[in-house]
Design a protein around this ligand. Structure first.
Ligand code: R5P
Length: 312
């Protein structure tokens, strides 16, 4: 059974780099667009193969999710023997519980649709919710880019720097990063006012006189990071040396917002393409292609993935 990388249109450079790291070329695929906005992906020859469809689903979560579903269905109908959806950024993962009556469980809907369209397995990377597998009808491998982020951060950090979670949801991520770097941890208690406005209310931990490094799963509008940087300054941190997040969505002028904060560097991965084509000079995108290639290679050969998985 040959290994095939089937790229979706959301991040072609990542799919190509992942294929190259496996010594392959991505399978040819096309995306037709109807005048009314409907999309029709067409996959190349995958008959009898072990196919890995690579498609992050955001920003533009709706269209990109539908494209992923159509690609999975096309891959199944083209006769692939085994199909894995590799979703480096999983849109709708923030809808993992009902905050109030009348809401949907968006992540469960997305996972059911991905499995229903033909994926026998899903690979995700630092998803917003860690409880994916319990909500999916197929096995889910949750990878972590924390090693990639830690390698990028380490050279700029002083001993005594503090890793800061900008909200309670990021506390585990901060603990894991701090353990890798041998640093202390602080946690912000945040309150979201609107989709692009948050308040950082309290800080658990001491940052006075220390360099701070903020870590989160994603930067969307930048509101969470902005509020955390301001709170850290008010609590006497000696500057925010870096902000690290696996997913740089950077929507709604987030890059501009972050530029005004005086943070030395912002490190994200290439799970997503820059929204406007180019990033700001202080934003670095570290590649996860070697990580994806390693996971895909091992799944293909049916070898253990343990050291690549996110510990919960
Ligand atoms: C939410 O809990 C996430 O972990 C992020 O903190 C959040 O989605 C970031 O969004 P924004 O950049 O818009 O504050």
């Amino acid at each position: 059974m040959a290994l095939r990388i089937v790229p979706g249109s959301a991040n072609l450079p990542l799919a190509a780099a992942t294929a190259a790291a496996l010594g392959l070329e991505a399978t040819s695929s096309e995306l037709e667009r109807f005048p009314d906005g409907e999309i029709r992906p067409v996959v190349g020859d995958v008959r009898g193969d072990d196919a890995y469809v690579i498609q992050p689903t955001g920003p533009g979560a709706g269209d990109l999710l539908v494209e992923l579903l159509l690609l999975l269905d096309a891959t199944r109908r083209a006769g692939a023997r085994r199909i894995t959806a590799v979703v480096p950024y999983l849109g709708y993962a923030r809808q993992d519980r009902r905050g109030r009556d009348g809401e949907a469980l968006g992540v469960k809907v997305a996972l059911s649709a991905i499995a229903g369209a033909g994926a026998g397995r899903i690979v995700a990377l630092d998803p917003h919710t860690t409880a994916l597998e319990a909500m999916a009808d197929v096995p889910v491998e949750v990878l972590s880019a924390l090693g990639v982020l830690a390698d990028a951060l380490a050279p700029a950090l002083e001993p005594g720097a503090v890793v800061v979670a900008p909200d309670l949801g990021a506390a585990k991520l901060a603990e894991r990063l701090a353990a890798r770097l041998g640093l202390g941890v602080a946690v912000v208690r945040k309150h979201r006012v609107t989709h692009s406005q948050v308040l950082a209310r309290e800080l658990a931990g001491d940052v006075a006189g220390h360099q701070a490094v903020i870590v989160d799963d994603m930067i969307s509008t930048g509101a969470t990071i902005e509020a955390a940087v301001q709170l850290l300054a008010a609590r006497g941190a000696r500057g925010t040396a870096a902000v690290a997040a696996t997913h740089g969505l950077l929507v709604a002028s987030a890059a501009k917002r972050l530029r005004g904060l005086g943070v030395d560097s912002i490190v994200v991965t290439d799970s997503l393409l820059p929204a406007t084509g180019d990033d700001e000079p202080n934003i670095t995108r570290r590649s996860i292609a070697p990580l994806l290639a390693s996971a895909i290679g091992r799944l293909h050969r049916e070898e253990p993935l343990a050291d690549l998985l996110a510990a919960t």
